[in-house]
Ligand binder design. Structure first.
Ligand code: FPP
Length: 225
């Protein structure tokens, strides 16, 4: 049976979920935040150590300003108001991505939740925000060079934002598309990939359970036979 140490999810389909109900796109994001909560609790209760969620990509700035503002405000509310989710389930909060363009208010809230949850040990919940994998790799190489370190696979891995969480074992994308969209490309070299047509707001623990059950019995070869 394979161990699931690091689960990564591309949460896609919020906009379509809302459109299907003649709601506005941002209603889909709001419902998507509830799914984040359910999936995080499931992971904390089921022995998964690291869960990385793609919440805001470096490309998402191209969306209309009103949607970008809504997403960043939703993120701020989640971080400020969901402290109990983290404390009751022993979830430690982390981020990957370049936080520098965010408001001081959002940066402070992120730093505060990281600090408040630093002793929690069941699950690392890692939000990828203003995250792009190519950008992360470039920053990692530059920081390894600045530290005078020889560039090789190990040194690049150890300078990535996600260095503490290990390679991705299972990558799930909801919403029916079959692409990785610049998410954890280096870390997913040997990840098992699962694509589901389910839109993120409808994704539930039953479906996650089924995907994980299949992952556990997959023969992972890592290039060997
Ligand atoms: C993709 O759906 C989703 C996003 C770009 C944002 C993900 C955000 C959330 C799940 C909600 C907030 C998260 C947290 C952590 C509070 P899309 O808008 O591209 O959907 P579409 O493909 O149907 O248009």
């Amino acid at each position: 049976m394979n161990t699931l140490n690091h689960l990564a999810i591309i949460m896609d389909g919020n906009g379509r979920w809302a459109k299907n109900r003649t709601l506005i796109r941002t209603d889909g994001h709001k419902k998507g935040a509830d799914t984040v909560e359910n999936i995080a609790i499931y992971c904390a209760k089921n022995g998964i150590k690291n869960l990385t969620l793609y919440a805001f990509s470096t490309e998402n700035w191209k969306r209309p300003k009103s949607e970008v503002d809504f997403l960043l405000n939703l993120l701020l509310k989640f971080i400020k108001l969901k402290e109990n989710l983290f404390l009751e389930n022993s979830i430690r909060f982390h981020t990957i991505g370049d936080l520098s363009p965010f408001s001081t208010q959002l940066k402070n809230a992120i730093a505060n939740l990281k600090d408040k949850t630093k002793d929690n040990s069941r699950l690392n919940l890692i939000l990828a925000i203003n995250y792009g994998s190519q950008n992360e790799i470039v920053r990692a190489v530059n920081s390894a060079l600045a530290n005078g370190v020889k560039i090789d696979e190990k040194s690049i891995s150890s300078h990535l934002d996600s260095a503490d969480f290990g390679d991705v074992d299972l990558m799930i994308r909801t919403g029916g598309e079959h692409r990785l969209s610049n998410f954890l490309l280096w870390q997913s070299s040997y990840a098992e990939l699962a694509f589901t047509p389910t839109l993120w707001p409808d994704f539930d623990t039953k479906e996650l359970d089924e995907i994980i059950a299949k992952f556990k019995i997959t023969h992972r070869k890592f290039g060997a036979i």
